[in-house]
Design a protein around this ligand. Structure first.
Ligand code: SF4
Ligand code: ZN
Ligand code: ZN
Length: 305
């Protein structure tokens, strides 16, 4: 295999682009894919104040590296989820990355600031750990973005994440989620920050390869709460489809974004009220995060006694 650009020895093949690249040209290829996504979806401009959700995994750290290399000013925020040594290690990877590159990283400790951790949240509600975790991340990262006057909240979801989430939402016909699944969600008057996903053209194995080539240390271990996660099972199935039909995931996701998603956004958006506890936008009286916090904090208190 030869690099498409320099004809040198290729380090990685990207079958859906019918191409292979040496290390240096693969890095250029990935950065070009991300810049193209930012431009095509008008995600942000160089003078925007960007806040990136950083987990310590390959996707968010690779994205931080890509965006700073492309010349954007990006601060990070890490949410310590309280999932044993996994969370502590993930935070350390985020911290080390930021320190080595002189970048700003805000750290939020879920238990220290909100009185609960993800294992307690999963035990005290009907939500799975990943559902409680996703809700907590969305809430806390939005809160940090608004309080810090950031103009855009950047998330590290990759092509595999988005295709699997779309598949899950289609198979359960979750119309609300389908209406909101988008590379860009605009800021709302009700208090949600503008949210963007610049990695959606980059596959998971590519962020891993990018991180290795760029010498980025990241959390390799899988989260211990991930077992049974539906999205992970769907990813395995989509990988089988991708093997026999290169480009399957990209066609599925981008077909939806370009031709399907508008169908699900017809009609007025739901009316939002201010949560009576925290003031965040919600369709009811008390937002889902405050409800989760209420139950999970009691559980965390009991297990700490
Ligand atoms: Fe959170 Fe689930 Fe990911 Fe673990 S696997 S970090 S619980 S979303
Ligand atoms: Zn090359
Ligand atoms: Zn609330």
């Amino acid at each position: 295999m030869r690099c498409r650009v320099c004809r040198g020895r290729a380090a990685i093949e990207v079958r859906r682009h019918n191409a292979a690249f040496c290390g240096g040209h693969f890095v250029e290829h990935i950065q070009r894919q991300v810049q193209r996504t930012i431009d095509d979806f008008k995600m942000f401009e160089p003078d925007d104040r960007l806040l990136l959700g950083v987990s310590g995994g390959k996707d968010s750290l690779a994205l931080w590296d890509i965006l700073t290399d492309l010349g954007y000013q990006v601060d990070g925020v890490n949410l310590e989820l309280g999932i044993g040594s996994y969370s502590a290690e993930s935070t350390n990877y985020s911290r080390d990355f930021a320190e080595q590159r002189g970048l700003n990283l805000a750290e939020v400790d879920l238990e220290g600031e909100f009185g609960f951790n993800i294992p307690a949240a999963a035990q005290s509600s009907s939500r799975t750990a990943c559902s409680a975790c996703g809700l907590s991340k969305r809430y806390v990262l939005n809160d940090v973005a608004k309080r810090g006057d950031y103009t855009v909240l950047v998330m590290g979801h990759n092509l595999d994440d988005e295709a699997a989430t779309l598949f899950s939402n289609v198979t359960s016909w979750n119309l609300d989620y389908l209406a909101r699944q988008s590379p860009v969600l605009n800021e709302t008057e009700s208090g949600l920050a503008r949210k963007v996903k610049p990695l959606i053209r980059v596959a998971e194995r590519e962020t891993a390869a990018y991180s290795v080539i760029r010498g980025i240390d990241y959390e390799i271990d899988e989260c211990p709460m991930a077992h049974g996660n539906t999205v992970n099972r769907i990813k395995e199935q989509l990988n089988l489809m991708e093997q026999s039909s290169p480009g399957f995931k990209q066609r599925f996701l981008f077909g939806f974004i370009e031709r399907g998603s508008a169908v699900f956004r017809e009609g007025p958006p739901p009316e939002l009220n201010a949560c009576t506890v925290c003031g965040s936008p919600t369709t009811g009286d008390v937002c889902a995060f405050c409800k989760l916090q209420d139950r999970a904090a009691k559980r965390t208190g009991e297990s700490n006694d």
